[in-house]
Design a protein around this ligand. Sequence first.
Ligand SMILES: *Cc1c(COP(=O)(O)O)cnc(C)c1O
Length: 398
Amino acid sequence: MATDTVSTSVEERIIDAIRTVIGDRDEFVPLHKPTFEGNEWDYVKECIDTEWVSSVGSYVDRFEEDLADYTGAKRAVVVVNGTSALHVCLRLVGVEAGDEVLVPALTFVATANAVTYQGATPHFVDSEERTLGLDPAKLGAYLDDIAKVRDGTCINTQTGNPIKAVVPMHAYGHPVDLDPLQEVCEQYQLTLVEDAAESLGSFYDGTHTGTIGRLGVLSFNGNKTITTGGGGAILTDDDDLADEAKHLTTVAKKDHEWEYFHDKTGYNYRLPNLNAALGCAQLEELPSFLDRKRALAERYRDAFADVDGVSFFTEREGTRSNYWLNVLLLDEDAADRRDAVLETTNEAGLMTRPTWQLLSSLPMYEGCSRMDLSTAKDLERRLINIPSTPSLVEEVQS
Ligand SMILES: *Cc1c(COP(=O)(O)O)cnc(C)c1O
């Protein structure tokens, strides 16, 4: 309120609001730490006891089946991390040297790196504040200006390169607006590959993120909603693509009792059984993690409702977010306090972080094509993540 005589700073107000929700804590509160409360130890111990720790084992198959069941994808292929999953997906949809792939400028670096691994070039797209993700309307208008479809292939008329695919990323668990994006994909003959690394447990119109595009990617890195230490998965409804994903990620070896015959340059991207065992146990706990993360988000929403200078980002209608990392957006006139907020909160033992620096400004991507990125730039100045571990809230009683 403007009439306050004792005016507090936005950073003090933010610390107060976070403490209202999670209480005073002696130890440093990280953004998101792993939670192991179920069968993790039993399943991992079983791997060690039976000596099935590595490339083959029953937990790999079970984790793939459990992931397909949970997400509703016809198939899931587990791999060593989310980045390798993205890489393989782009190869599977035919992205090759000289191509361009549309990716948001505001995402984790892996989304663009995977494009580069295929010898292709990322082409950066703006985000919308409503979803924090890729802006389909703005992309459509942009392609109307710079792209043409020739013989079924989208061509960037400025560079002459084919644009093969678009990789939206569901930032912090909030689904991108996929219906209008699919229309753009159809009009411009682009393959949709979803980077759902952050959105296990997030739904768009009742459908799990990562299952709407031709392929989708999950990550089970240590900071994600569930973890296998390191790990990832490829989701698809296409059996042939799933079989080929399995083949490519297991060094493209043809099944044989003793011969080593490989019919392609594959990758050693398989997820070890040990990690898959952890994944099976973590997936059993996912519903409880999601309930608690939702309860935490609701408490933050209430606590920040009347705080001047900042707002708490909530899920959009028609979507269900996993609230992987909770998001604050500083008001325009408080944006210059961002670094002060980061410094003060971390000093107070509450971990906060800014969003990613726009990939279009990183040295290796400076020269890549991009559209106007004004919203992404704006979000980069104003977005702050706050502590989001499910155990910050006790099990919700219904
Ligand atoms: C975590 C993450 C990845 C990569 O996953 P890793 O398992 O760490 O390789 C890719 N994209 C996004 C948006 C991510 O957040």
